[in-house]
Design a binder for this molecule. Sequence first.
Ligand code: SAM
Length: 310
Amino acid sequence: MIYVVRMTVSQWGVRVPARQGEETRQALIREGALDASLKLIHDGDSLILPVLEEREGAEWCGFQAHPGRESQPRHELVGGIAIMQDDDPGGAQKLLASRPSLHTVVFAEGEVHGEYRTREFRVLAGIPTTRTQVTEHGFTFAVDLAGAYFSARLSTERQRILAQVHEGEVILDMFAGVGPFAITLAKPASLVVASDLNPKAIELMLENIAQNRAKNILSMLVDARHLDRILPWKFDRIVMNLPLSGTEFLPEAFRLCRPGGTIHFYSLVSAEGMHCARIQELGGTVLSERVVRSYSPGQWHAVYDVRVCG
Ligand code: SAM
């Protein structure tokens, strides 16, 4: 007689409706957050997906192990590059060998810093580069991790905003980086103005505009502080993705948005409703406040959708 021993492993899990299971699984893989050594749990109409560490809404569950599948070192995927949190060259080699889509594994040597919001990386395995191509919802973005900011974790946010855009809108992306929001929103829009003060970000954005054949994006190398003196338009929608210091630019965004228009304001917060008073003072109504992701204990990235009053 053969006895099959099923080992149960305790791990954090994310519960989602079964119909969102595959979409969530793909998003967790992109983030490098899925614990691929464990099997997911079917629980009525829900699925519970194992994740490598605690996150908002996660529950502590007992999972069955995938026989023969080893747990991978914690990492985040950006196109063909895996970013590891630990300086572990052995783990990096293992990771590189396990995923044919990877060309490079890097270690993030520090935090995102400076005006350009970039980080330093050291290559642990594979081709010595920080450049890669990211495919996201049918778009392809050229990214250079050391040269300009890019986060694959915001792909759901880009789709959430896209679902709100009406045909023919005039949109401003004030802190556009290599252009992922601008390019995603360009299809239904009549015009997207995408500005950034990092020359490398603008160089990659131009490459991305060309490779995605977007014909209605005006790319500008400019400090957002000067936008309302340069631009002749009032915008239907403004994206402000500069979470650490975006508050400083709120008055500028209100001046550039038409009455009845929408501002998507990303910010690092430590309490719910932290910016509501300031938004009301500037003449806005908070339509919603959502958590995008946790940042550190007691701090998270939030997005406020704001209606500018007439
Ligand atoms: N929206 C992009 C994305 O999601 O990938 C990039 C967001 S990143 C958090 C913020 C960007 O704002 C960086 O590319 C940085 O260079 C740019 N930035 C910072 N200060 C700025 C300013 N005063 N004016 C224009 N761009 C600025």
